[in-house]
Write a protein that binds this ligand. Structure first.
Ligand SMILES: C=C(O[C@@H]1C=C(C(=O)O)C=C[C@H]1O)C(=O)O
Length: 131
């Protein structure tokens, strides 16, 4: 049974269904954009990881992270997004980046990239303490 069949069975008006479909199409577009933007971000951070490994720099830079969090919280407030949520999300992403950098530091010649990696994925939700 399709989604629209399910809704019809439950007596949802066609105009409501059309509105729901329209909104979900936008959500799907936004989710696709988020995936593409994250893929580009990980391409950049992968390059940063290689640079750090080559020059024996530490994988994490807490001072840079603190500046990013302060900036993102400010942007979130302006955009009427919960700043705490924005901070959790950034921390979640950064934790994954640092794991990649730690891996690059011990395996600098790896051709494995975050975008094609299917193992070693994060299993902690946004907001969980960094492993
Ligand atoms: C990408 C970097 O490495 C780490 C990851 C960061 C990020 O994902 O934004 C920020 C700081 C570092 O802890 C960096 O130093 O710029």
């Amino acid at each position: 049974m399709s989604t629209s069949d399910t809704h019809r069975t439950h007596g949802i008006d066609d105009s409501v269904l059309a509105e729901l479909t329209r909104l979900r199409e936008s959500i799907d577009n936004i989710d696709a954009a988020v995936v593409h933007m994250l893929a580009e971000r990980f391409k950049c951070t992968q390059q940063v990881g290689l640079l750090k490994a080559r020059h024996h720099l530490p994988p994490a830079d807490p001072a840079r992270e603190a500046r990013q969090i302060a900036r993102l919280r400010q942007l979130a407030e302006t955009a009427h997004l919960d700043p705490a949520f924005a901070e959790k999300l950034l921390n979640f992403i950064i934790a994954e980046v640092i794991r990649h950098h730690e891996r690059i530091a011990v395996e600098p010649d790896t051709t494995d990239t975050p975008t094609n990696r299917t193992h070693n994925t994060p299993d902690t939700p946004p907001g969980a303490p960094r492993p």
